[in-house]
Design a protein around this ligand. Structure first.
Ligand code: THU
Length: 136
């Protein structure tokens, strides 16, 4: 699965977004090391706090299906599903990525299928806290 194909899968996932409160529709496509792709969209809630981001939806789907190793994720989003700029993953989603991914995990943020930027996780979450920081 190349980056362009993963971005296309993220655009497809964005169509499923449930965002009646913010109107920001977000889609993610996460590539597991098995080769399987897990899609995710944001799922909002009237109480706001229970809202789940697209990236975490994809991660939690994957982990709940037994996948724990990942190589890259594509993310797209925009108001009413209109993508005009890169949609950067929030801090909570970056922390979830750090739980399961190495520092070279690739985060692909796209404006279109042909216009995207790739960041390593180490650049988006420098000096992060992870299981490596916990000792008995
Ligand atoms: N959102 C995501 O899906 N991913 C992020 O990384 C940041 C924010 C969603 C949450 C909410 O439904 C909407 O975007 C506006 O914050």
């Amino acid at each position: 699965m190349n980056n362009k194909e993963l971005v296309k899968a993220a655009f497809d996932a964005m169509q499923k977004a449930y965002a009646p409160y913010s109107s920001y529709k977000v889609g993610a496509a996460l590539l597991g090391k098995s080769g399987k792709v897990y899609s995710g969209c944001n799922v909002e809630n009237a109480a706001y706090g229970p809202t789940n981001c697209a990236e975490r939806t994809a991660f939690f789907k994957a982990v709940s299906e037994g996948e724990r190793e990942f190589s890259k994720i594509a993310v797209v989003g925009g108001k009413d599903g209109v993508v005009t700029d890169m949609f950067m993953p929030c801090g909570v989603c970056r922390q979830v990525m750090a739980e399961f991914c190495d520092s070279d995990f690739e985060i692909i943020v796209a404006r279109s299928e042909d216009d995207f930027t790739v960041f390593p996780l180490s650049e988006l979450l420098p000096f992060g806290f992870s299981k490596n920081n916990i000792t008995d």
